[in-house]
Design a protein around this ligand. Structure first.
Ligand SMILES: Cc1cc2nc3c(=O)[nH]c(=O)nc-3n(C[C@H](O)[C@H](O)[C@H](O)COP(=O)(O)O)c2cc1C
Length: 196
């Protein structure tokens, strides 16, 4: 190993890959979608989810106006959609029309849920904090959507069934397929094997 320490940084992407999600929003009769890799769970009870969005994004204004957003987790088959919605602005492109995005109505919020998502969190903004060049929107999860077939019996993503979109930075993506699940009992016995 040949490690480098750096104290001046313009960019830092060494924590990638990160699951790329599609954040949808709605305000003033307009729907929008953007790619978001900077997102995280913040609290389990109460369920709170955070997304870091630059004020430069068209989405930013829609979330501020509506106080709502949806985080959609789409499968590998939809990676081009992630790149497309992450590659242009809703201020110029009607993305749902341009990219033929199929939606389902949100149960609680106005922002659309993507029909192709294997999971989605409908969120209502609790707080917005300016953090450097991004704003962190912290949202209370008010509805949860998930595809039974994409999840294992333990409610974990089954990479044999649904392949997440992993963002590597730039225009690069990867996925995880058919990984091996380690559980404590199997680990102890040395028999850890495939999920199903
Ligand atoms: C895979 C991927 C992940 C991205 N993650 C973020 C992010 O976490 N936060 C952010 O502000 N922009 C992120 N972007 C950039 C926005 O998706 C991009 O600027 C988009 O065009 C904004 O759309 P809008 O102006 O319609 O909101 C990402 C782009 C890509 C391709």
């Amino acid at each position: 190993m040949s490690k480098v320490a750096q104290y001046q940084l313009d960019e830092y992407y060494y924590h990638y890959p990160a699951v790329a999600s599609v954040v949808t929003s709605h305000a003033d009769g307009k729907n929008n979608a953007m790619a978001v890799a900077w997102h995280t769970a913040i609290s389990r009870k109460s369920p709170i989810y955070g997304v870091a969005i630059s004020p430069k994004r068209f989405t930013h204004g829609l979330i501020v106006a509506s106080g709502e957003f949806v985080v959609n987790f789409v499968p590998w088959e939809k990676r081009e959609l992630v790149a497309k919605v992450g590659g242009c602005s809703g201020s110029e492109v009607e993305k749902f029309l341009a990219f033929g995005i199929v939606t389902a109505s949100g149960k609680v919020v106005q922002a659309p849920v993507l029909a192709d998502a294997y999971a989605a969190y409908e969120c209502r903004v609790m707080e917005r904090r300016a953090m450097g060049d991004h704003d962190l929107f912290m949202g209370s999860i008010v509805a949860l959507h998930w595809d039974k077939e994409a999840l294992s019996k333990d409610s974990m993503l089954d990479p044999g069934q649904a392949h997440p979109v992993l963002y590597l930075g730039g225009d690069y993506y990867a996925t995880a397929k058919g990984n091996v699940l380690l559980d404590r009992a199997a680990l102890a016995k040395g028999t850890a094997g495939p999920m199903r």
